[in-house]
Design a binder for this molecule. Structure first.
Ligand SMILES: CC(C)(COP(=O)(O)OP(=O)(O)OC[C@H]1O[C@@H](n2cnc3c(N)ncnc32)[C@H](O)[C@@H]1OP(=O)(O)O)[C@@H](O)C(=O)NCCC(=O)NCCS
Length: 196
């Protein structure tokens, strides 16, 4: 599967036109992005950062990610505007086990660059990559308060699979509802088989 992903990544960098006509460059995260990538997480207001699963305000967390890139497991696709990392969408894969056919998508956009279509562009690319590497479904996880993100994923075709009350805890150990959304992927072969 990681062979396929390397092949898929040859399409990048890629330019995406945003709603206002601005052009964002999309490409996989690189080892030398450490400082810029950390700056993206620092731009997220503290209350919102509490909902992120990892200690992203700490440079050590980001350094670890940048120095141990393994696109077959976690593929962070960054969106750059004026040379600055304005957002990221990541495709997470389990390399074995029950969920090996399901990719997980997460996304984050710098508050200053929201509402311009960057998340839509990044997630669109991640879904295409997921399809090309043979995944059958993609899912996304949220806490109850992330209503805007849930609405956005619904617009992109995801449906709510389940909601569990007070199921997860944020970085301050406060309990929240857990929401799982999912999208079925159709592979090219399945399309080719239609009517055949
Ligand atoms: C959710 C988030 C990624 C959206 O990023 P964005 O770049 O502003 O989103 P886009 O501009 O691409 O919007 C995509 C669609 O969602 C809709 N949307 C985006 N934010 C919305 C909001 N706050 N309320 C309602 N709809 C919203 C847009 O209208 C757009 O639909 P359209 O193309 O039909 O107009 C961003 O707000 C964010 O980083 N939030 C915090 C992190 C988070 O919650 N991540 C999700 C968990 S994985």
């Amino acid at each position: 599967m990681s062979f396929n992903i390397e092949l898929e990544l040859q399409r990048f960098p890629k330019i995406a036109a945003l709603k206002d006509g601005a052009k964002a460059a999309l490409r996989p995260l690189r080892r030398d992005d450490e400082k810029e990538f950390h700056a993206l997480f620092l731009s997220i207001p503290e209350p919102e950062r509490m909902f992120i699963k990892h200690r992203v305000a700490e440079i050590e967390t980001i350094r670890d990610w940048c120095q141990n890139l393994d696109y077959g497991r976690n593929l962070p696709l960054v969106g750059l505007l004026d040379g600055k990392i304005a957002g990221v969408a990541t495709l997470h894969q389990q390399l074995g086990g029950w969920k090996r056919h399901i990719g997980r998508v997460s996304v984050l956009v710098h508050p200053q660059f929201r509402g311009r279509g960057l998340a839509r562009a990044l997630i669109g690319e991640i879904i295409e990559i997921a399809r090309q590497v043979g995944l059958e479904k993609v899912e996304a996880e949220f806490i109850g308060e992330q209503a805007a993100a849930v609405k956005m994923f619904a617009l992109l075709g995801f449906s709510q699979l389940l909601r569990l009350e007070n199921y997860v805890k944020d970085m301050q150990a406060v309990s929240h509802d857990y929401i799982l959304m999912g999208l079925e992927l159709k592979t090219d072969e399945e399309y080719a088989g239609v009517g055949g």
